[in-house]
Design a protein around this ligand. Sequence first.
Ligand code: MTE
Ligand code: MO
Length: 393
Amino acid sequence: MTETIDLKRRYLMAGTVAATGLLASGVRVNAQEDNPLPDYVDWKDPEAMIVHSNNTLETRRDAFGTSILTPEDKLYIRNNVSPPDESILDDRDAWEVSIEGVAEPRTLTVGELKTLGIDTVTMVLQCSGNGRGYFEHAPSGTPWQVGAAGNVMWTGVPLRAVVDALGGPADGANFITGTGGETIPEGLDANDVMVERSVPIDVIDTVMLAWDLNGEPISLAHGGPLRMIVPGFTGVNNVKYVKTVSLTAEETQAAIQRTRYRLQPVGEEGGPEHPSVWQMNVKSFITSPLETASAGTVQVTGVAFGGINAVESVEVSVDGGATWQAAEFIGPDMGRYAWRTFALAADLPAGSHVITSRATDSEGNVQPEDVEPNEPGYNHNGWRAHGVEIMVS
Ligand SMILES: Nc1nc2c(c(=O)[nH]1)N[C@H]1C(S)=C(S)[C@@H](COP(=O)(O)O)O[C@H]1N2
Ligand SMILES: [Mo]
């Protein structure tokens, strides 16, 4: 029932948000519908994007469709630092990446990488903070709803092939550390600003150094000419314009690893004692209908993914979680790290309905009703908050 949904929930669940608004709890939603696309991404589909800021653009929930892959012109954007100059794309094959922490460290060009091996992977790219807007404690940062995520296909060389070509990992390597190619502004401490992330070395067989996104050379905005891809891990671990890949004994001391992107309790500062935001968890959300529908049979659609695991199944509720029905996956299975689109033909009488979905991964993990909050607002996969209320007439 409409009346039972409080103002804040209604506001956050809607596929569109007003220019600004102070919610009942004091959460300010700063997604500005009318913000123009920033110049460096003026090729994005303006209809598909919510422009939160120059460096944070979200895909609208109604723009995902059912075709499985998210086109690059609809894919969300998140930059911690301003991207490097566009001229780094002038000669893509000349871009250099330094490979360290191997028996024979050296710098390789993208052209050389292309001779070492090739593979493709389809995976969910999702910001750690996707769904932050659903946390009740109003974490600081972009109040993303569902659209800081997309399902994209990368082509590149498996990191394993590169490391093998350079004699294998050096002794004592525990992490894969990738460094972004941004220029650090004069006078700033590199550790404070650089995008340098470490992930455990046990994922080395899935990591890729990619040059294509959905079959095209990667745009600057999404990390071209070369991006480190870590399937199943949150967005921040996928380092754009990667200039160094190092197999290291320790995690990087960069602030983005040491104190940021940590899962600390509400009210605490992040630090090495808190878990890093690494593996993604099981999640799903409805993509249609989002506002209205005609009474009768309605095709309810959405996307579901398992994060670090494959997604196994998904259920849909059209009564706010009281009862559930198994939905069907539609379209091809793009592999463990990809999302699947799903559909359920639901019989909906006139009136208001709260529709939501709940996915299960291959390990039996089920999307929870609610999540334990963490201070920075990461990893929200609760099915209740992701529901939508629609009016059927
Ligand atoms: N070099 C670099 N890599 C980066 C970032 C960045 O600011 N610089 N942002 C990270 C974050 S927080 C996310 S969510 C993803 C966003 O990827 P996208 O903009 O291609 O969607 O890139 C990650 N990789
Ligand atoms: Mo992110």
